[in-house]
Design a protein around this ligand. Structure first.
Ligand code: ZN
Ligand code: ZN
Ligand code: ZN
Length: 181
């Protein structure tokens, strides 16, 4: 019985680079442009995320994708810096600790503050709870007062007296705040 041979790693990226001609480039541009004009940003984003979370995806394809996105300037060096940064940070909006590599467009979430109708109000109006942190909140479709990236910059934060308070008002430790700078 022969020992099992190691599976060869396909070199798809290299083959493509070597066979690239002006006609190939033009065709590839046309296909990409057609694809981008016929997909919603959301669907494109979901497909990419799904593909990257697929464990069967080839390492070479992941590396080729990253190289290509970097080469055309979509992914910048700041992403490299972010994933290697181990400095513990403190968010000046939600006051949670975080590492920059874990930051995302959804990592900082602050819910609206509601006031339940009380006593006579309930009987009189059978009303939904009132949002007291902000005006015009679209509460039915979005329960979040804020959703976005954690931040270490006060200028990025819209403070109020109810649910987005400063570190001083919250009593966060001074040394934690200083470490952001
Ligand atoms: Zn609100
Ligand atoms: Zn935050
Ligand atoms: Zn704080």
């Amino acid at each position: 019985m022969q020992p099992a041979a190691a599976r060869p790693i396909p070199q798809r990226g290299m083959t493509k680079v070597m066979s690239f001609t002006a006609a190939d480039r033009s065709k590839a541009m046309t296909i990409l442009a057609y694809y981008l004009k016929n997909v919603t940003p959301h669907e494109f984003y979901q497909r990419l995320l799904m593909a990257l979370s697929n464990r069967m995806i080839l390492s070479s394809d992941v590396e080729n994708l990253l190289s290509a996105l970097e080469a055309i300037g979509v992914v910048t060096s700041s992403a490299h810096v972010a994933v290697t940064n181990n400095v513990p940070r403190h968010c000046l909006r939600c006051h949670q600790p975080y590492l920059e590599r874990d930051n995302s467009l959804r990592s900082c979430t602050i819910p609206h503050v509601l006031q339940q109708p009380i006593g006579a109000e309930v009987a009189a109006r059978a009303q939904a709870p009132a949002v007291i942190c902000c005006a015009n909140p679209n509460f039915a479709t979005n329960p979040d007062h804020f959703q976005g990236r954690h931040t270490t910059l006060e200028v990025n934060v819209a403070y109020n007296a109810i649910n987005v308070k400063t570190c001083v008002e919250r009593g966060c430790f001074r040394n934690v705040v200083v470490r952001n700078k």
